[in-house]
Design a protein around this ligand. Structure first.
Ligand SMILES: NC(=O)c1ccc[n+]([C@@H]2O[C@H](COP(=O)([O-])OP(=O)(O)OC[C@H]3O[C@@H](n4cnc5c(N)ncnc54)[C@H](OP(=O)(O)O)[C@@H]3O)[C@@H](O)[C@H]2O)c1
Length: 73
């Protein structure tokens, strides 16, 4: 099992996160609007306070924000 972080918990990020948790991966999440992490915490994800912390937490990071411009913020 891998340590995976996801940045961005919109529709696509939520779907990816749920699938990673179902597969037994250790999942760290960050979203600009923290409320969106709540359903995933109940399924075993760990939330961190910044994108930087999420990237540092895992070997693999999946960025799933709206567009390229958002990924640069
Ligand atoms: N949904 C699909 O079926 C699907 C399929 C294939 C590919 N994709 C791709 O997946 C990506 C995400 O799509 P989505 O459907 O998940 O979109 P979405 O539901 O609209 O979610 C957008 C995400 O981007 C974040 N975001 C937007 N602007 C931001 C900024 N300036 N700084 C930080 N975070 C920002 C949002 O954070 P907040 O929650 O804080 O607003 C949210 O987590 C897009 O590139 C889309 O093309 C989606």
């Amino acid at each position: 099992m891998a340590n995976i972080s996801i940045l961005g918990l919109g529709a696509m990020g939520q779907a990816l996160a749920t699938r990673f948790l179902q597969q037994g991966h250790r999942l760290t999440v960050w979203n600009r609007t923290p409320d969106k992490a709540v359903p995933l915490l109940a399924k075993g994800a760990r939330e961190v306070k910044s994108a930087k912390d999420a990237i540092a937490a895992s070997d693999v990071t999946v960025m799933c924000v709206l567009d390229y411009a958002a990924s640069q913020r």
